[in-house]
Design a binder for this molecule. Structure first.
Ligand code: F0G
Length: 463
């Protein structure tokens, strides 16, 4: 191409104002929220990178599709459009719509797991892990060792450790009802899984008679990484690559809030008739009739269009580039991040950035609070606050202490990212003054959503 600048491949038709607040206002908001960013009001946030989930901007085609939503209870036209869009990419026989990804997880695990079972994955996301553990089963993370070394550059750090998978299936024969593979590996830094790894993991599972499911939330971003990093895929379209990814597995859970570019929705899909029947029974019990699954007809339309748009090459090139751009600025300034940048987010390595804060004092949580205090930026901790609490109530430090800056799809422009970089570099300059936090009050499960904390030494930043 003659010009090399990668631009946002859209223009803006509708705008939503964002609001500057003062540092004093943010300090008060933090105190009120129990030093928990999940408890801060969105209108008090300037740039919201809490999640890329359900926060994307829909296209004019998606809004137009919504106007054509068929709200019939049974057999709605919108369901068949949705089903066709999902089948075109995944080729699964049974497509069950759900209100979001975790509903698909709950139904799948509720139909397959019993206490004492083991579910290996590269890395379970928090809701996936919680849904496995809720059934009394063990959620086992078997990502390759490279995936646990933040600063190591490797093209597919989301890969499953195939040796460990083989050993687990051999040693626990009959105890593993299914294997999950998360693409991209969100909790491990948004890192992709190679096609070779998906194929090999599938072969191992099938040799042991165990089905393998993709947690396919970010399947399009994963397909893009395969295209640009794996031999033999450069000339294939993202759609062809996605089709091949799904061809190796027995089913998938999906949150349409990510690579469906919708604000809500998801699905559970599979080939197996018997399992599908059991899942449909549970779907009707809690989500809704199988042709709407807890969604409005217009939601199904938005997802059908979104699944098409997310595989567009211009979109994926811009998407992955905008995350990499921030990654480059931070790396050049010496801010430690998970390398290479993932598909949907930059993950700051808080353990490396704040070595003076012990893991028991939640360094990544503290850093995320400081980014809000100084710049009005909301990020999310993926560390010991999210994962440290064990099912028996004990505490175990997480493998990594990360602050995730997740990019909503098609929402922010390059100047937002430049501002973000400026704030991050400022905070990096005062990092020695940042102090940890302690928990004041926490619930039994998924504590990060509602935990109340306080700065250990009265202030987050010591002067
Ligand atoms: N699996 C992965 C890999 C996810 O990232 C998420 C959600 C889910 C499953 C559950 O989907 O939210 O639709 O129920 N991740 C969001 C995030 C919340 O911020 O990463 P859901």
């Amino acid at each position: 191409m003659k010009f090399k600048t990668i631009i946002e491949p859209f223009r803006i038709k509708t705008v939503e104002p964002i609001r500057h607040t003062t540092r004093e206002e943010r300090e008060a908001a933090l105190r009120k929220a129990g030093y928990n960013l999940f408890q801060v009001k969105a209108e008090d946030v300037l740039i919201d990178l809490l999640t890329d989930s359900g926060t994307g901007a829909m296209s004019s085609a998606q809004w137009a599709g919504m106007m054509q939503g068929d709200e019939s209870y049974a057999g709605a036209r919108s369901f068949y459009r949705f089903e066709a869009a999902v089948q075109e990419i995944t080729n699964f026989k049974h497509i069950l719509p759900t209100h979001q990804g975790r509903a698909a997880e709950r139904i799948l695990f509720g139909s397959t797991l019993k206490a004492g079972d083991i579910v290996p994955s590269n890395t379970h996301f928090d809701t996936t892990r919680a849904n496995v553990e809720y059934r009394g089963a063990e959620a086992l993370d078997l990502v390759v060792p490279e995936g646990r070394q933040p600063d190591l550059i490797h093209p597919f750090k989301g890969n499953m450790d195939l040796g460990a998978l083989e050993r687990t299936l051999a040693e626990h024969d009959g105890q593993v009802p299914l294997v999950m593979l998360t693409v991209t590996n969100n909790s491990g830094g948004g890192q992709p899984v190679s096609m070779a790894n998906i194929r090999a993991a599938s072969e191992i599972c099938h040799k042991h008679g165990v089905p393998i499911f993709l947690d396919a939330c970010r399947f399009a971003e994963n397909a893009w990484f395969i295209k640009v990093r794996e031999d033999g895929y450069a000339d294939k379209t993202p759609k062809e690559i996605a089709q091949e990814m799904f061809s190796y597995v027995d089913g998938a859970t999906f949150s349409a809030k990510k690579d469906g570019i919708a604000n809500i929705g998801g699905f559970l899909a599979m080939h197996d008739d018997n399992l599908a029947q059991r899942c449909k029974n549970m779907l009707i019990l809690s989500e809704g009739f199988p042709t709407y699954g807890g969604l409005a007809g217009y939601d199904l339309e938005a997802i059908a269009v979104g699944l098409h748009e997310v595989l567009d090459e211009d979109y994926l090139r811009y998407r992955i580039r905008s995350v990499a751009y921030l990654g480059e600025v931070l790396t050049n300034a010496g801010v430690p991040i998970v390398q290479p940048p993932g598909g949907h987010a930059i993950y700051i390595d808080a353990l490396a950035m704040l070595p003076h804060i012990a893991q028991s004092e939640y360094p990544a949580w503290a850093l995320s609070l400081v980014l809000y205090l100084e710049g009005g930026i909301r990020s999310v901790e993926i560390g010991s606050m999210m994962f440290g609490q064990q099912p028996d109530g004990s505490e175990k430090p997480a493998a990594m202490e990360l602050v995730r800056l997740a990019f909503p799809r098609r929402v922010y422009t390059q100047s937002h990212v430049d501002y973000l970089a400026e704030v991050l570099l400022y905070v990096n300059g005062i990092k020695e003054q940042i102090r940890g936090v302690r928990i004041v009050d926490a619930p039994q499960v998924l504590r990060h959503f509602s935990v109340r904390c306080e700065p250990l030494y009265g202030e987050l930043i010591q002067s």
